[in-house]
Design a protein around this ligand. Sequence first.
Ligand code: BGC
Length: 334
Amino acid sequence: MYTLTNSHGVEVRAMNYGGIIVSIRVADRKGQFADIVLGHETLEGYIPNPPYLGAIVGRYANRIANGKFALDGKTYTLPQNDGTNSLHGGLKGFDKVVWDGAPLKGKTGVAFTYLSKDGEEGYPGNFKVKVTYMLTDTNELILDYEATTDKATPINVSQHSYFNLAGEGNGDILNHEVMLNADRFTPVDQKLIPTGELRAVKGTPLDFTKPTRVGSRIDDNYDQLTLAHGYDHNWIINRKGADKGLVLAARVYEPTTGRVLEVSTTQPAVQFYTGNFLDGTVTGKHGHVYQRRYGLCLETQHYPDSPNHPDFPSTILKPGETFRQKTVFKFSAK
Ligand code: BGC
């Protein structure tokens, strides 16, 4: 377990099992600290971890249809662990392996590295991945991702923290206000696989271009909400032209505590998931029972099932290339 603290008393704890962010303690508008991520007090609590609480997800975060993709004329088969889909890297994804952890030199942070061997969970290539968590004195948690491979492979890595800015276990997230910097999303079919359409959010309950209460439209009679039982979609982050720099993807505000989370990223999209599948079967920290919609995830990433959608931005990493992405979680209160 690595504990990162800054000059404002913000504290982030992360462990080498699954690269899991175990807790994030930040102040509210009155200076009261609370832990704002769902999780467990013991390692055993995370084994198993069906909701992927706090974990790094990969080699391919999100879904790959039918657990199959073709690359360079070869078809690859992945474990189907979500109906017929392969979800979050398969049966033993990056969330269930032990990473090597090392403190960052001269910085408040930790680097987790992992070698995913050729053929692991069906993916090609010896894949070296490094994820660093760094906490700054401006209350930013900076996530840096870096990876290389010796055979072409699809890659999509993300962070699966469930936030509740009122404090973990303190009710559902329906009163949180969310802004997503995205004019379009990728509609899904019954299996939550993108249909290939890029749909405008305008005029739909998925329009979060202005800050909106999560609960105000979540149960609207709209095909995409019915299919996903709430929000569980990939929003395409607005960018100027081919810019691949850091942009604001999301802002979340919790009115009772004033806590704010801002998510910026170099990634093309963000999966906004409202914990619709939490169902009270997981008991987390302090005996808190995590009921439906008790946390929300903002998983910055590529579009789901990209290896089967040649028209989506490519997720293929080739030998000789280095994959690099950055996501920043910034905490404040107002
Ligand atoms: C997915 C959800 C899934 C959850 C697993 C999210 O990234 O979008 O559909 O149920 O992960 O906990």
